[in-house]
Design a protein around this ligand. Sequence first.
Ligand code: LLP
Length: 425
Amino acid sequence: MSQFSYQDGVLHAEGVSLSAIADQFGTPTYVYSKAALLANFAAYADACAGRDALVCYAMKANSNLAILDLLARQGAGFDIVSGGELQRVLAAGGDPRKVIFSGVGKSADEMRLALSHDILCFNVESIPELHRLNEVAGAMGKTARVSLRVNPNVDPKTHPYIATGLKASKFGVAFDDALATYRTAATLPHLEVAGIDCHIGSQLLDDAPLLEALDRLIELIDKLGDEGIVLHHVDIGGGIGIDYREAGEAAPVPVGDYLGRLFAKIDAWRAARHDGRPIKVIFEPGRSIVGDTGVLLTRVEFLKHGEEKNFCVVDAAMNDMARPALYQAWMDMQPVARGNAEALTYDVVGPICESGDWLARDRELAVAPGDLLVMHTAGAYGMTMASNYNTRGRAAEIIVDGTVSHEVRKREQPADLFALESLIK
Ligand code: LLP
């Protein structure tokens, strides 16, 4: 059930009207629903109930401290990709022992920080990274738990920028090199081989590629086991898509259906092995936890009727939401209130000095200057990818809980943007 609905002709987040939020906090503003966030996490938690499983929220999707705190309180772990993200987990009161550290370029400083907090596992992506981690851990008198990110060479059938599991990708260890890389890892004294992981891509509407990737990981786990390298967890990454609702697009597989099929495969495999050893299952979902929990609220500045196109110029821009400019992503836009303006086909664009600064193209909208619009399904990879281009402060963030609006990030002011700069003497 969507937590964003029209009540008396005005779009609401739970029990709060978005026009009231715009009046109180200004625009552009990200507005999230707490109930939607908890429901999305529950879809994972319920399917994992009674199993040895951990949901490590991929916080690159949305790393606001209040979101992390709400998820941590539900028992979430976190998938991080930088020392900065670990600092956010700690600031939000998350448990570092439920943190896994992904990414191709971890620095020695980031490794030290993560080791000092005893994180659950490093997802290692190359042999040089294994050696660096072994050295850093050795110098600290610690042992680092590692998993290898294996590239299963499965086509996720998604946008090329967010497909990560193919041979040409910078990510992971090639499937054919995985056994040899595990053998190397097993010889390094300050590493403990703990698991295996993969992440094949994002916004997958179908779970078949994910299940195929799992088959490939199972094949490796069995081969390693035969060599005496026993893995304790399998991490299948994130990737389940959400409904951006572009006409003609297939609906994404429901999370519960995907997890049901995945656990059935794991159970059948463990039963066939007859060794009775359990294996922990880790997930790294980002978009499917936060994507549909948020909208980007924006106000129409001008309507501009060009020779070939009509433009709806709004106060949000590509610096607030980069997905359309970067990936030609289709994101649904709707007016907050249904007025009586004439419906026309518009390109919705921001004030930034780039032709690439658009949020939606060729949309039929009945809007007037001063009206409010929302971009739907903006909770994932919206605020986290925002920039300060054109010295635009990043948007405010609000979490609605029933009838209460919490400002969980203030709008940045220009002085915030140049606070770290100085003139040469
Ligand atoms: N694990 C790893 C190692 C990842 O690289 C990612 C996302 C995830 C998990 C979470 O994937 P999700 O469940 O959210 O699909 N900015 C792009 C998406 C980039 C995804 C990067 N990695 C977008 O706006 O579509």
